[in-house]
Design a protein around this ligand. Sequence first.
Ligand code: SAM
Length: 357
Amino acid sequence: MANGIPGAAAPARGQPPLVDPFGRSIRYLRVSVTDRCDFRCVYCMAEEMTFLPKAQVLSLEELERLCGAFIQTGVRKLRLTGGEPLVRRGIMDLIRRLGRHLDAGSLDELTLTTNGSQLAKYATELYATGVRRVNVSLDTLDPDRFHAITRWGKLAPVLDGIKAAKDAGLSVKINCVALRGVNDGEVHDLVAWCGREGHDLTFIEVMPLGDIDGDMGEGNQGGMVRADQYWPLSMLRAELAKRWTLTDLPVSTGGPARYARVAETGGRVGFITPMTHNFCESCNRVRLTCTGMLYMCLGQDDAADLRAVMRGAPGDDDALLAAIKEAIARKPKGHDFIIDRRQKAPAVARHMSVTGG
Ligand code: SAM
């Protein structure tokens, strides 16, 4: 224990990172703290999902311990995601405890990806724990369309949550999955709204992760398959260029998005293109599920069972650190997603909500 924080490294600033076989330094851990969500987005989940039994899900203490172990290996950025991270009971306790790594200087950033439904409740507290930025997923500004996409969600509380986050001092980045025939008529409105509100906006190509049967899923009358949903961002960008002056910005965030400045709003628009141009060469991240499986790549099946290591050797950080090192030593070069009508099965069986988007 260092700095009074269980699992905290001693002097962690400058801690050399773990480096994978392709020379990429692993500085970024995304943690899915729950597989549960209060929405059922049509491209993300089936409407009837079977969630994990509680015994399989890591406790908050186990999540904290695992995050601490990653920080000891040189991870400097943690992102909590899910499922919906803010619906996990006790989540603020975990965030508060992880925030102490920020105070100790052993972590540079603690952040979240959220659907925004609980942000109004938690924004102020999040800021107090040291969180400074949140990504909010928002695919439309139209209430009916919002309900159709999320199946269960309501737009107004999400907009209230975004406002509360801004008022609390958090910077908000909006993530929007580009869906052909669904929100493709709205991209100009989203750019204008984000410009006015001062939010970065990132568009994301839909990825073939998990089965999505249901009202837009394959097999339903008039249903929508991924091949229908998929809208390449090259086409979205061409649409944007009809109304906005976009100037590419130098690649600087280290993340997968490529950004452009929108002259008319002064805002930034990002493009995440896992389908048309993957960004694996600069991947600095690994992903932990709420059951303690560590995925070294979003689009591959290989994983390391850290829950088994942790529960098999309670209190033995060395075993955990060795397991993390061994896993990163086999991080694959990248993924190769394909969406077409002949490809019926998803590229990977697990949903984004499992791996943590
Ligand atoms: N509930 C939180 C939220 O809505 O942001 C966090 C988890 S959610 C799985 C994270 C992100 O993954 C969301 O932005 C969502 O739109 C995105 N996502 C889910 N399934 C996807 C898919 N098949 N392709 C691309 N993005 C996806």
